[in-house]
Design a protein around this ligand. Structure first.
Ligand SMILES: [Mn+2]
Length: 326
């Protein structure tokens, strides 16, 4: 998708920018916010304000300029509010953000009633490209269209955005264009191993210990593989939920399964589930039937009951979905 001249004009004709990502942010959100803020600064806009309700997760603090991100919005109204890597105000975690203009730069599917919302009416210059592997790709195109040269700091942020949203250039969204942009980012100074080391080879020792305990529960049946993390495992290792963030990736690695599930015990008889699909089963539909949500291949929900009860309910739904897909 091409960047519209409308969007370029809104950016060229204004001076102050508030750039916000989504709650519970990952590499694409933070990387895109920072790259856009750095780029606009290079245009001579000293009034750029990067914002993230939940701040910057520990693992992304290596990103250039990550310390400039604020957790509270400015008091004064800005010229342009840029909402990146999400497309509703709700996802930003803020009730109100004051701005004369609003633009959305994102690759998620907008909600069904989006065209009725005030935000969409106000943001005519937006770019929502659901075909883009990462929002970072759209930021790259925007900066290029604005003729801003991509330096090492911008490149590091954008490469991280691409790397995270393509699962390390492994997922089916790894398009020729994504790799072409990644190539340019490396030429501009992004260092793949330095970034990969920070993202994938810097697991805290205690998190690894927690993974060991959780992996010992690995089981599989009927095309489903799963692991569990019980409250006492977190206690024993001195860890928090953040330490189990990517655990569902492990049962997903098992050969010949369709769906992976991670059961996290949040309270007595309350479980938070992460579901992953290997590409054929829509796990968003399964999560939705339990009041959760997400994407086709990655979703989550919360279910009450003993572990056995919860597993019985979920596995029945997954089995049904697998049968329907045949
Ligand atoms: Mn994204």
């Amino acid at each position: 998708m091409k960047i519209s001249s409308k969007l370029l004009n809104v950016i060229r004709q204004n001076k102050s920018f508030l750039i916000v990502g989504h709650i519970n942010p990952e590499g694409d959100a933070i990387g895109s916010v920072l790259a856009l803020a750095l780029g606009l600064k290079k245009m001579g806009n000293n009034n750029t304000y990067p914002l993230s309700k939940d701040g910057v997760p520990e693992i992304l603090k290596f990103l250039p300029s990550s310390r400039t991100i604020k957790q509270t919005p400015p008091k004064k109204e800005v010229d342009v509010l840029c909402i990146v890597d999400c497309n509703t105000l709700e996802r930003t975690g803020f009730k109100e953000l004051k701005a004369k203009h609003t633009v959305i730069i994102d690759h998620h599917i907008p909600p069904d009633d989006a065209d009725k919302s005030e935000l969409y009416r106000k943001s005519a210059a937006s770019v929502i490209d659901t075909g883009a592997a990462a929002t970072g790709m759209l930021i790259y195109k925007l900066l290029s269209a604005l003729k801003i040269s991509i330096d090492k700091n911008i490149a590091t942020n954008l490469y991280t955005a691409l790397l995270v949203d393509t699962g390390g250039f492994r997922y089916s969204n790894t398009s020729p264009e994504a790799l072409k942009i990644a190539c340019h980012l490396i030429q501009a100074g992004a260092r793949p191993w330095d970034i990969a080391k920070e993202l994938y080879e810097s697991i805290p020792f205690k998190s690894m210990k927690l993974l060991g305990l959780s992996l010992a529960t690995l089981d599989k049946k009927d095309g489903i593989a799963w692991i569990t993390a019980a409250t006492d495992m977190f206690k024993k290792t001195g860890t928090t939920y953040e330490d189990s963030e990517d655990f569902v990736d492990f049962p997903r690695k098992v050969k010949d399964i369709e769906v992976a599930v991670f059961f996290r015990e949040d309270d007595k008889n309350v479980f938070k589930l992460s579901l992953r699909s290997k590409g054929r089963i829509n796990v968003e539909k399964i999560a939705k039937s339990f009041g959760g949500g997400g994407h086709f291949a990655a979703a989550g929900c919360k279910i009450k009951g003993t572990l056995q009860e919860v597993q019985k309910k979920v596995f029945a739904e997954v089995r049904k979905a697998i049968k329907d897909a045949k």
